[in-house]
Design a protein around this ligand. Structure first.
Ligand code: AHG
Ligand code: MN
Ligand code: MN
Length: 328
């Protein structure tokens, strides 16, 4: 079975002008993923569970593992100076990676949700990491906010790492989606899920239905009809988006995080949660939309902006969009 390293080399050779810079970014993410995976697996044994006592810019309490994963991904990417800027869920502002005059400027920027599914850390349930890679577009030598506020359609690559019963590294560069499983004994990722494609039909829907009372009427109507006996739908909701999305990618299904009274724009962040997942889901043959537009076409205005998020099988999204459009 091909390793992630071999896969990267094989794909790099397809591009004549490739400098290997992109592969280095993936190598750094792969290294950090292994360390986080190791830490997550011994979480109950060492003093890494629980809250730090601080909140992030979004007012969410930070867990020790959130901060640990953030530091680790930032270090892996900055120490080697293979990117020029990073934005993370756990940092208020973007991070500038300084290069000395003798060093070649990097062209990539990374946006990251270092640990997805924080509420599941203390209860031994699957967690994830989500990342999105762009090229710096500003002309000056330093990255600026606008470099991070690019539409999802500009992504060079996107991926997620799932720390589940096994650790899986899934990514796309716009030529399909491939998944690599970590063999923890030797620390190597192997191509276990080549060319992941959503099944044509889906029967799962994933949503935090406890917020039902304040969902838009269109979503309520869609949920009501989803309970029809002949549809044979089932609900599955882990509360770690990476896990919910991964399951739906393999089995077919729809993930929904609509606006509600607590989160008027939905809860999920456009730049490092919605866009990378949207890219992956589209590459796997599915769709990802907000209330009235394709997720990846939204022009971002803020680093941590939130967006209502619906993604999954094209047929299920079409069906949902029929409801969303009717009530507007
Ligand atoms: P994070 O842990 O990075 O803040 O993200 C948590 C997200 C996502 O993983 C999940 O789908 C969603 O929050 C769950 O939210 P609810 O608890 O509101 O259902
Ligand atoms: Mn998240
Ligand atoms: Mn997170």
């Amino acid at each position: 079975m091909k390793t992630l390293g071999e896969f990267l080399i094989a794909n790099q050779q397809k591009f004549q002008d490739s400098t290997g810079e992109f592969s280095k970014v993936i190598h750094a993410l792969r290294l950090a993923a292994k360390v986080v995976s190791h830490e997550v697996n011994k979480a109950g044994l060492v003093d890494i569970l629980g809250e730090v006592g601080t909140t992030n810019i979004q007012g969410e309490s930070q867990q020790k593992l959130d901060v640990f994963a953030h530091d680790l991904f930032i270090k892996a990417l900055t120490n080697r100076k293979i990117v020029c800027g990073i934005a993370s869920e756990e940092a208020d502002d973007f991070i500038q990676v300084k290069h000395s005059e003798s060093e070649k400027e990097s062209k990539y920027i990374v946006l990251i949700d270092p640990l997805d599914g924080s509420s599941n850390i203390d209860v031994n349930v699957s967690l994830g990491t989500i990342f999105s890679i762009y090229k710096k577009k500003s002309k000056g030598s330093e990255v600026v906010l606008d470099d991070f506020l690019q539409a999802g359609t500009e992504q060079v690559a996107a991926g997620y790492i799932l720390y589940g019963t096994s650790t899986l590294f899934v990514y796309t560069t716009g030529q399909g989606v491939n998944g690599f499983t970590l063999n923890p004994a030797i620390g190597t990722f192997y191509l276990s899920h080549p060319n992941i494609t959503l099944p044509r039909e889906g029967h799962i829907y994933s949503i935090n239905e406890a917020n039902y009372a304040s969902f838009p009427q269109a979503v309520k109507d869609f949920l009501k009809k989803s309970k029809a006996e002949d549809l044979n739908y089932t609900t599955r909701y882990i509360g770690s988006m990476v896990s919910d999305i991964h399951r739906n990618m393999l089995k077919g299904g729809l993930f929904l995080y609509p606006p509600n009274a607590k989160s008027p724009n939905g809860k999920l962040r456009l730049l490092y949660e919605c866009n990378p997942i949207a890219y992956i889901v589209e590459q796997a043959g599915g769709m990802a939309v907000s209330m009235d537009k394709r997720i990846m076409e939204i022009e971002p205005t803020e680093l941590h902006q939130r967006e209502p998020f619906f993604c999954g099988n094209s047929e299920m999204i079409d069906d949902l969009q029929g409801y969303l459009q009717k009530t507007e």
